[in-house]
Design a protein around this ligand. Structure first.
Ligand code: NI
Length: 177
């Protein structure tokens, strides 16, 4: 339960910041601050129109991510992953993927279609969750973030270089902050 009504909306860290490519540290304290941070992460994610957000994307190098593939439609769909590990992958799906840290860029990414994650909740209790299609994709994408990996690492080197070149251009123009 949270008594704080005013939430903090964090700015989203963009590609180029080393925090996005650094493996995050495990969460060890399951305290009030963690619960506040999780709520702030959901609000920051919604404010940025995303369906998933990992802590490094707000500059916090912790193994923590939030997901809501229904975007506020179903409160039960809110998923908090603390210290997640992917423990099962089945099948394949190909679909467009994007990332709040790489705004405007979307590419087809092949992912497992059914994924099982093992993680802790905000109280520190371990659980396993299996998801398919978009949820599977989100669980993989967010867990990747916590391992310092971005979705562009799953596209061809050619496409990745093109994206990096476009971003450098945007940086030089002052349009990537
Ligand atoms: Ni992302």
């Amino acid at each position: 339960m949270s008594s704080k009504s005013k939430r903090t909306i964090y700015p989203i860290v963009k590609y180029g910041d080393p925090v996005l490519e650094t493996p995050a540290e495990p969460v060890t304290e399951f305290n009030h601050e963690l619960k506040e941070l999780v709520e702030d992460m959901f609000e920051s994610m919604y404010a940025a129109h995303g369906v998933g957000l990992a802590a490094p994307q707000i500059g916090i190098n912790k193994r923590l991510a939030v997901i809501d593939i229904t975007f506020k439609e179903n409160a039960d769909a809110r998923l908090v992953l603390v210290n997640p590990e992917i423990i099962g992958r089945e099948g394949k799906q190909t679909g467009q993927e994007g990332c709040l840290s790489l705004p405007e860029f979307r590419e087809n990414v092949v992912r497992a279609n059914v994924v099982t994650v093992r993680a802790q909740d905000v109280e520190g209790r371990w659980f396993e969750k299996t998801g398919e299609e978009l949820l599977a994709r989100a669980m993989l994408h967010e867990t990747d973030h916590l391992n310092g990996r971005l979705f562009i690492s799953h596209v061809s080197a050619l496409k990745r270089d093109l994206i990096k070149r476009k971003i450098k251009k945007l940086m030089r123009a002052g349009e990537w902050e």
